[in-house]
Design a protein around this ligand. Structure first.
Ligand code: ADP
Length: 188
């Protein structure tokens, strides 16, 4: 699942887990668990996340490898919020190649920056995420998305893995769009 912060990746991933029985791996959720557990990694992550910055590639790459190794028998993984840089994408390709696996496809949820801001402001009233509270942090996250994550669109287009879904509409309608795409992709 690919898209800017607040695009609805997590919401849609949860629906995909229900329908397709894949395992959902959200690097954001994994990092928030570390923060809650007050681990060393959590302390480092908290500082970066609260300012809207990305955590180092190696940190999330290790988390992903841990997930792959911990769940060898799953039908498939939905990565949500990973990869977020070209270096992470290259690392993921290598990790999968070693296991004789590959990315099946990328689902990119497309929404504009103004909608991103609206969604995050709305989420701030529901969930207690420090990175949703402050406008400057939200701006940094949007900038980081454009600068560091958006280059992945070209990366996956070149590899013929990239699919776009328009991300504005009801949760149900967007899930219908995603399901159509997943069904088509799984049929090959
Ligand atoms: P959102 O996409 O809505 O910002 P996430 O829960 O996916 O929320 O991510 C929250 C924060 O966690 C990010 O702003 C970033 O600091 C950190 N993070 C999550 N995934 C990654 C990643 N793959 N690489 C680096 N940092 C990450």
């Amino acid at each position: 699942m690919f898209g800017p912060p607040g695009a609805g990746k997590g919401t849609q991933a949860a629906l995909m887990v229900e329908k397709y029985n894949f395992r959902h791996v959200s690097t954001g959720d994994l990092l928030r668990h570390e923060i809650q557990a007050r681990t060393e990694l959590g302390k480092l992550a908290a500082e970066l996340i609260e300012k809207g910055n990305l955590v180092p590639d190696e940190v999330v790459e290790e988390m992903i490898l841990g997930e792959l190794e911990a769940h060898p028998d799953v039908k498939g993984f939905i990565f949500d919020g990973f990869p977020r840089t070209v270096a992470q994408a290259e690392c993921l390709d290598k990790m999968l190649e070693k296991r004789g696996e590959e990315i099946t496809g990328v689902i990119s949820i497309v929404i504009d920056d103004a909608t991103v801001r609206d969604r995050i402001h709305h989420r701030a009233m529901i969930e207690d995420r420090k990175d949703d509270m402050d406008d400057a942090t939200i701006t940094t996250r949007i900038l980081n998305y454009h600068k560091k994550t958006e280059p992945l669109i070209a990366y996956y287009k070149e590899r013929d893995k990239y699919n776009e879904i328009y991300g504005v509409g009801s949760i149900k309608n967007i899930f219908t769009r995603i399901s159509r795409l997943v069904d088509k992709t799984l049929k090959g």
